[in-house]
Design a protein around this ligand. Structure first.
Ligand code: PBG
Length: 326
């Protein structure tokens, strides 16, 4: 007796069949657009290593967010480029600092129509480019937490719907939660950059925010070693104990195993950051005609969702939203 062959190809024959059985669906609601706003410029400035991405003026930022809102993108995350940097990054909590005024502009214009997330770190604001206070050649964890508390409160006061600590200091989520609660912002959620690796893929971002780490330094003393996976789960676990509402894995594609493990281990919203270097590699290869940029972008973002991410922070947000609507 012969058995009918199980033919998996039957369900792959037509686009409609494939759509019907797709296990993973990328949607506009999954996207968070990272945006840069720079103090003291009157026209947007292109970022060489991030084609299509700019440092916005306050005005062009509002226009960009209007377009994203019209496309249905639910959230943006803001990074500021200040005119003046100092040892402790005090523009990060100055009520007149660039991100604070930009948040106020956006909140006034869009209200609750789009989720305004404020990246919370000081590296864009420090003269040495580190994510905290440098003492004896090292970033001092607990002194840095004091700065993060101030920045969190300033961002919430300015109109942020959510803050996203990205500095990888131990205890940062707990410190920020406490500071927000003490100032009456107990309903402002925290999206923690929990498993953030010391990656070589952040290069273009540093151009975007004019950051050079002093003395050719790096962040290996506080960001995670790419060799470690279990440690990422411990980072997430601790952030949740400290009060994180959403957690993040960053970068994305080289860390799909971490996303997958985090998905299985924790029942909270999970974000992944498709970072500047991932975007730049894609764009560079597409520009040379070596790959199909749009198809690769869709494949990469779908893979990040398939691995288990609910949300993706990506510089592709706008073009993907346009594509998904077309
Ligand atoms: C730190 C921060 C970085 C990124 C987001 N937040 C840079 C770093 O850790 O050096 C990188 C994002 C990207 O590469 O797209 N404030």
């Amino acid at each position: 007796m012969s058995f009918p062959t199980r033919r998996l190809r039957r369900l792959r024959r037509t686009p409609a069949l494939r759509r019907m059985v797709a296990e993973t669906r990328l949607g506009v609601d999954d996207l968070i657009a990272p945006l840069f706003v720079r103090e003291g410029i009157d026209t947007p400035r292109p970022i060489g290593s991030l084609p299509g991405v700019v440092q916005h003026t306050r005005e062009s930022l509002v226009a960009e967010v209007a377009d994203l809102v019209a496309l249905g993108v639910p959230a943006v995350i803001l990074f500021g480029v200040p005119e003046h940097k100092d040892e402790i990054g005090s523009e990060a909590w100055n009520p007149e600092g660039i991100v604070q005024v930009a948040l106020a502009d956006l909140r006034e214009r869009f209200g609750d129509e789009v989720v305004l997330i404020a990246d919370l770190c000081v590296d864009e604001y420090t003269s040495h480019g580190h994510c905290g206070v440098v003492r004896d050649g090292e970033v001092d964890n607990d002194r840095t937490l004091e700065l993060y508390r101030r920045a969190a409160v300033a961002q919430a006061r300015a109109g942020a719907h959510m803050v996203a600590p990205s500095g990888m200091m131990d205890g940062q989520v707990g410190a920020i939660r406490e500071a927000l609660d003490a100032e009456g912002h107990s309903l402002i959620p925290i999206m923690a950059y929990s498993a953030k690796y010391a990656s070589a893929e952040y290069g273009p971002f540093r151009e975007a925010v004019d950051v050079t780490i002093a003395g050719g330094g790096n962040r290996k003393g506080y960001q995670q070693d790419p060799a470690n996976a279990r440690e990422a789960l411990e980072e997430i676990r601790l952030d949740l104990v400290e009060g994180a509402d959403l957690v993040m894995v960053k970068p994305a594609l080289a860390y799909l195993d971490i996303i997958s493990r985090a998905r299985h281990e924790f029942d909270v919203p999970l974000a992944a950051y498709h970072v500047s270097g991932e975007y730049a590699m894609l764009k560079a290869a597409a520009e040379r005609g070596w790959i199909d940029g749009t198809a690769t972008a869709l494949e990469h973002l779908t893979a990040i969702k398939r691995a288990g991410a609910d949300l993706i922070l990506t510089y592709l947000a706008r073009e993907m939203a346009e594509l998904l609507h077309s």
